[in-house]
Ligand binder design. Sequence first.
Ligand SMILES: Nc1ncnc2c1ncn2[C@@H]1O[C@H](COP(=O)(O)OP(=O)(O)OP(=O)(O)O)[C@@H](O)[C@H]1O
Ligand SMILES: [Mg+2]
Length: 593
Amino acid sequence: MSHIRILPDTLANQIAAGEVIERPAAALKEIVENAIDAHATRIDVTLRTGGKSYIAVTDNGIGMTRDDLALAVTRHATSKLPTDDLVHINTLGFRGEALPSIGAVSRLSITSRTANADTAWILRVEGGTVHPATPAAHPMGTQVEVSDLFYKTPARLKFLKSDPAEYAACKDVIMRLALAHPHIAFTLTHNDQRIFILPSTHALAERVRAVMGTEFHDQTVALHAEHDGLRITGRVGLPTYNKGQSNHQYLFINNRPVRDRVILGALRGAYGDLMPQGRHAVVILFITLPAEDVDVNVHPGKAEVRFRDAARVRGMMIAAIRARLATVNATATPARDAMIARFASTHTPYLSHGSAAVAYDYAASAPAAHPALFDSAPAMRPAAYASPDAMLATESTQSFPLGAARAHIHNTYIVAENTDGMVLVDAHAAHERLIYERFKTAMAAHDTLPAQRLLTPDLVTLDDVRVQALLSQTEFLSRYGLEIDAFGVDCMQVRAVPLDLSGRLNLSALLADLADEILEKDSANTLPDRLLKKLSTRACHAAVRAGRPLNADEMNAILRGIEKTPTAAQCNHGRPTFIKISRADLEKLFERR
Ligand SMILES: Nc1ncnc2c1ncn2[C@@H]1O[C@H](COP(=O)(O)OP(=O)(O)OP(=O)(O)O)[C@@H](O)[C@H]1O
Ligand SMILES: [Mg+2]
């Protein structure tokens, strides 16, 4: 007797599903791609609980006959490879794998009707068991419904994220496919709420605007480059318009949404040091090249591709983006590089915190506003110095480790003098850190932050993904002094805010930040700490970053605060908050020694 056996279809399909359908968004992507391949001009998507309990996609495409329906849920059955040519694939699907995989791990029903059939047919698959098709009523086109994804595989269910996070992934799928197919009208409904209606259009730019919004449009510039069959077109974000996550990069190869490593790497290369550490550029790029030059058949979810000449694609992308950004911000890169090279080569050894500290200053400030610390005298305008009272600081203040504040320059840095030399402090970073430590102490002592009830609730408009993320955590957020309620699909009502944040707080920016943290990773226990950091950043914006110079008392209060807080030498992002330069170092800098 043989030990080797051919796996039954149901099992084979379940195994295949593990690769293709790892979450609701993946199933949704496959179903919508099928609708696009069926030449639909209108696609309606309905979701419940982030797609976990229900996904429905209705299209007005070519539909399927009764016989086709049965084949559609059979493995390796596809209408999309009429010849054996794997190179010139014009459809999104070609493996004949998606529907059988979805059917193996859910309750799937497909209702479909072709142009010249006199009735529609409905076919049901339950956990891999295919029931015979029966007549149904339906207009031309197809409706695919998926209920209770993974109900047969509880192990996979456990790996799903919260409803808001799964919903966010589903919406992202629809946005990407809608960007690639502007001529198709899309609607999206979630938990009975209409999320968007995208009318059909022939203008890509119009669709981009409808999907991405005005802010994206204002913060990005159009890009177009073309050479020898390779074309790159789209919009690239200004370096100052960056995000904490890389999922704001919308990339398409031959009109297929991808998350390809070569392209992502090229993007990082293109933005290089224009982008602060850990931040990501926002872009939409459509890369088009001959089918022979790219293999899309290398990744189960078709997210990655293989280029015949990856170096060429990479090179052209970097060159095109750099050139485009240079026209927006002509001096940014050279000035910064020259400055750092000069400082690093001659002076780094004398700095107590090394060159990383210097690099940070540049990364954090807007490229156009680089303070030319050693480059040219005019940047040191006398007007930038603080009011005379800063000069009145006594000898005794000077003997503190961080000394007496002398000036606040560029509304950012405190220049202080101590007995041993001078100190430069990044006032924002330091202040943020101090507030964070104060929040942490309060949480440790009382497990809650004091809240300030607003006289009249504030209404804040946010996109629906974020609204749902926040609503999923209302109890948790209330411990942080933040009381919020639902108010429509893309709006919320704020009734209380943390005490330290009242005043000039930018509520919508705060809520957007907190929502992003919640979406980032819901199960993780790092959420409390990340929320505290966001709160302190925003508290700092509300206080110090009011855009006015600090007075001597405020500056000295920050200096004394840092001295008293053991962990305050680094900001919440791990960068130094201050740099000390000793008198001896100063003398070496000026070659007095
Ligand atoms: N919405 C639809 N309208 C018309 N035909 C469809 C639709 N959805 C699926 N089909 C038919 O069912 C077949 C099987 O679909 P399925 O998604 O499983 O495989 P595929 O699209 O061919 O390849 P892939 O596994 O790469 O997606 C398709 O080839 C197509 O003929
Ligand atoms: Mg398919």
